[in-house]
Design a protein around this ligand. Sequence first.
Ligand SMILES: [Zn+2]
Length: 607
Amino acid sequence: MRIFKSLQKSLFSRLTFLLFFALSAAQANAANLKMDFTVSMENPASGIYQVQLNCSGLETKQTDFKIPVWMPGYYQIMDYASDVMDLKVTDLTGKSVKWERANHNTWRVYNANSSALKISYGVKTSRSFVATNFLTSDHGFIAPPGTFLHVANKINTPATVRIIPYTGWDRVATGLTKMNNESFTFYAEDFDVLYDSPILIGKLEELPSFTVKGVPHYFIGYKLGDFDKAAFIADLKKVVEAAVKVIGDVPFKNYTFIGIGPGRGGIEHINSSAVSFSGSDALNTVDGRRSVLSFLGHEYFHHYNAKRIRPIELGPFDYDNGSKTNMLWVAEGVTTYYDEMLLRWAGLESSEDIFKNFSNTIQSYENSPGRYFQTVSQASYDTWSDGPFGRKEEEVNKTISYYEKGPILAMMLDFKIRHETKNAKTLDDVMRKLYFDYYKKLNRGYTEAEFKIVCEGIAGTKLDEFFSYVYTLTTPDYTKYFDYAGLAIDVSPKPMPGGWLGVKASMQNKILTVHDVEWMSPAWLEGVRRNAVISKINDKPATVDLLNSINKDYKDGDLVKLEILNSKGTVQVPVILGTKRDTSFEITRKPNLSPLQRTIQKSWLRE
Ligand SMILES: [Zn+2]
């Protein structure tokens, strides 16, 4: 997620451009295709943007105008087409032109002999989120894939966007290039760039900008909140510098963090990110500040890993269907590894914080039953169907998160490479090779096979065992890989005191409602599931305190009687308690390190 820009032409669009010259004369018309948009918001309280598209250089007879079904970076079908309303098409004389909906996201215009058209439409908005359009009485956010129509198969066409802000709104934040002398008119060299450049409009606030390697970085947003802004920007600059140091190249002329207001989530873009941001709440505690900085570091690092170092499926994009890939464990997971390490390398977190955070991540992954069902590469591919954040019911127990297993594997891969090369090479070398060889030289993404080849080339050895953790359900050998860095990890399960039922519940409308049942716990084995309503525990009215007392006051082998209410009435569910076994996955430094272990540990933690 992010803001403003001016970009070099992306490689794949340049390639499209070359191919274009090899095409037939009929298609050569596209060279003259012009797409000029004006977006206005006369009545922001209505939540509707007015869009006017003036286009010329169209092939005659008929033209398909389309809107994407998703936003790259947010791997979900968004149904933007449903928000387009009141579409009207005329020729330059104002005469109405026939059109029809050819499919859900395609408007087929029968433009006969008219090579120029005026198309107007409204865009409905509903909620403030980094992947959706939003407009209220005091600010607006434009998610370009949900706003701008393109001509089918003409993604390579340049476009201009003129924003007419509501009266009194004085700022527009975007990564798009500003047109000379026109404050709110922007240029995109093609629709890939346009769709990758969100726009925030309103009375916005700007934090102090900073430069890294001579490139300005801006932070502009809506209601940024009350906090020590100079200190925050000083820390953010350190994080950005740490990220740039990994790759060594800055691929844009400017970068903008766009704060869209309170909320959750962020999406990376080509030279900006759109981030939910509410400074006052988050930034006034040490932990809050760290989590905001690692979140911003995450979105920032994505401009390398995901946008440029990218799985081959992620650009050019399939705007009609979405672009599925097995490699989100690298695009997202490796980025999550770096967002953690960047804070350490920027001096904003201690080594012990790093141990604790990875220990928590490993514990969370190991406690998710999905690890018996889904590999991290399947989790990447399937995220479109079950959603990275939208899993429901039993799916929760059959899926894993590449935001958890991805960074764990990234750390293990880093340790393995350091070990095999006597710390001469690291995961950073893999990232740099992918960036310079595939993005810069070949101007394309890497294939799954190429990723493995690059890793093995840097490590100087086959990495079949490591990749078995990617493609199979094999439990990673944490002990072995952590030892490379002189670290111990406690993987032995320990019995917990008290009796184990396995139910977490809270009072909702005065009834005890189950919100989680631990997989294969005694309650699970008796058929208790999420959303069940417990009316009685051992014949007494069910309360949270009574439920919690089971863990303390009972022991393995004791019987607990649950009375559960369902649509057919009440059911008695007797449960014999068990003993919970917990693994801490605590990460500690080993004593008596070999010289190589000591070198790896110090170099990894920058101590
Ligand atoms: Zn991400």
